[in-house]
Write a protein that binds this ligand. Structure first.
Ligand code: GLN
Length: 482
């Protein structure tokens, strides 16, 4: 029985080959055996969850009509609120913060009957590309524990890659679902901005943040997406949109127009990554897709634009964590000293760096030169995509210029770390949906393929991705037991 696919799990539950309690227990057993080597989880909700699973089993046994995902275990990133649980955002600042309510996505998952068995590690406040910025510990890559899992949702990606859980949620502000999905060899989706409610997600940069799913396959990611999608009166930026029915997604790519942006195949990209991504394009072509070269002329400004606008929003969002209204408290002789001590002790170096960058770029005299200018470039980047999507349905690129790197290799050099986000930040700047899926290996480490589509066209991503996974088996590979 393959318990890393939702289809198999649902079938096993329906045919009573396994109970939900056994399934959840199997997850905990596996986590206890191996997570000390990986560090995917921050908290496990063991007792409560086993009782929940038993209840699902009782309901099923009594002949009650069950929802398809009832009793299926999953994990969520620890910046998404689960009532009564510690939601730390990977920070000392919120180490003891207990969520007062469930995030909207959590409500949706519960309504579908899913069982959240625990929460996963992340870079502090989702700032990072390696999960090394967590205030607690560094998550390891299940394919090679000397390597980073990517970030900031490294815990969720590693939890799925290690088959601790079949699916998990992450959040993506500049690539934090897609890049760890790529580095850990799993599938991950950043939805269109506004399709999934951000209510109950600890904000990083509010005009970029989106919650999205990780799974082994496009099918599983599409299914979880269809559970969490939807308008929410508690998130003013969320919108009503048609729900994608995963079963109805065509698997044919005949006539699908795929664009390859010339600006993405640049120096700094590993040759093996390039080879694997172009080989994927070839597969689409031989099966009837039309491949064309396209241009996204402002790509070279994407990193700079993201790393100006994002910290401005970060600085603003983190200002509420002053140890009085929210967050870690400290003693000081005056109000100012109290603030300084609380924020000095509570925030790690990367959060402080971003608060300083953002405060500087927003300050009087500099806001026009930095923040406002970056907003204008953001519009140009968005226009590049609008123009491209007049000619193509999907844009195909690598997710990350390299495979996973050694733990520590980029830690001391933030700029090098920022540059690793080169292929992912544009989708967040433009608000468009993007999917990462495994497309090969280099030195035993997974390579990720990124597909982007126009706003609200996740279905097109699923169609292309699903097709790719019916003709390749990269997504079926699992790391050797660590
Ligand atoms: N790596 C990017 C950053 O450091 C993206 C983070 C994210 O998507 N949460 O900002």
């Amino acid at each position: 029985m393959n318990l890393s696919s939702l289809k198999e799990i649902k079938k096993a539950l329906l045919e009573k080959q396994i109970s939900s309690e056994q399934l959840v227990q199997a997850c905990f057993d596996r986590i206890k055996e191996h997570d000390h080597e990986i560090g995917a989880f921050l908290h496990l909700y063991e007792e409560a969850v086993l009782a929940e699973a038993r209840q699902v089993d009782l309901d099923r046994a009594s002949g009650k009509e069950m929802l398809p995902l009832a009793g299926v275990p999953m994990a969520i990133k620890n910046n998404i609120l689960v009532q009564g649980k510690k939601t730390t955002a990977g920070s000392k600042m919120l180490e003891n913060y207990e969520a007062a309510y469930d995030a909207t996505v959590v409500k949706h998952l519960r309504a579908a009957g899913m069982i959240i068995i625990g929460d996963t590690n992340l870079d502090e406040f989702a700032h990072g590309s390696s999960t090394e910025n967590s205030a607690f510990f560094t998550t390891k890559n299940p394919w090679n524990t000397k390597k980073v899992p990517g970030g900031s949702s490294g815990g969720s990606a590693a939890a799925v890659a290690s088959s601790f859980v079949p699916v998990a949620l992450g959040s993506d502000t500049g690539g934090s679902i897609r890049q760890p999905a790529a580095l850990c060899g799993v599938t991950g989706l950043k939805p269109t901005y506004g399709r999934v409610s951000r209510y109950g997600l600890i904000a990083m940069a509010s005009s970029f943040d989106q919650i999205g799913p990780f799974g082994h396959s496009v099918d599983d990611v599409a299914e979880i997406f269809s559970v969490i999608v939807g308008n929410d009166e508690k998130d003013a930026t969320s919108v009503e949109s048609d729900v994608v029915v995963p079963e109805l997604i065509s698997q044919d790519v005949k006539g699908l127009r795929i664009g390859i942006p010339k600006e993405y195949f640049i120096e700094g990209m590993d040759s093996e990554v390039k080879k694997a991504v172009l080989a994927a394009a070839e597969i689409f072509k031989t099966n009837g897709a039309e491949i064309q070269e396209i241009s996204l002329p402002h790509t070279e400004y994407a990193i700079a634009t993201y790393y100006v606008v994002m910290p401005c929003e970060v600085a603003s969002n983190l200002s509420r964590l002053d140890g009085i209204r929210y967050g870690h408290s400290a003693e000081g002789k005056s109000l100012l000293e109290t603030y300084l001590a609380a924020r000095g002790e509570g925030f790690g170096p990367e959060a402080k760096r971003r608060i300083m960058l953002g405060s500087f770029a927003l300050s009087k005299g500099y806001a026009d030169a930095y923040y406002k200018k970056a907003l204008r470039v953001r519009s140009l980047i968005r226009q590049d995509f609008d123009e491209a999507f007049k000619h193509v349905d999907v844009i195909l690129t690598p997710t990350s210029p390299t495979v996973a790197w050694d733990i520590g290799a980029k830690f001391a050099d933030p700029l090098t770390m920022y540059l690793s986000d080169i292929y992912t930040v544009s989708a967040n700047l433009a608000g468009i949906p993007a999917l990462s899926l495994p497309c090969g290996f280099d030195q035993g480490l997974p390579i990720g393929l990124q597909l982007m589509a126009k706003p609200f066209d996740e279905t097109c991503l699923f169609r292309a991705g699903k097709f790719y996974q019916t003709v390749t088996d990269w997504h079926l590979k699992r790391p050797a037991e660590f």
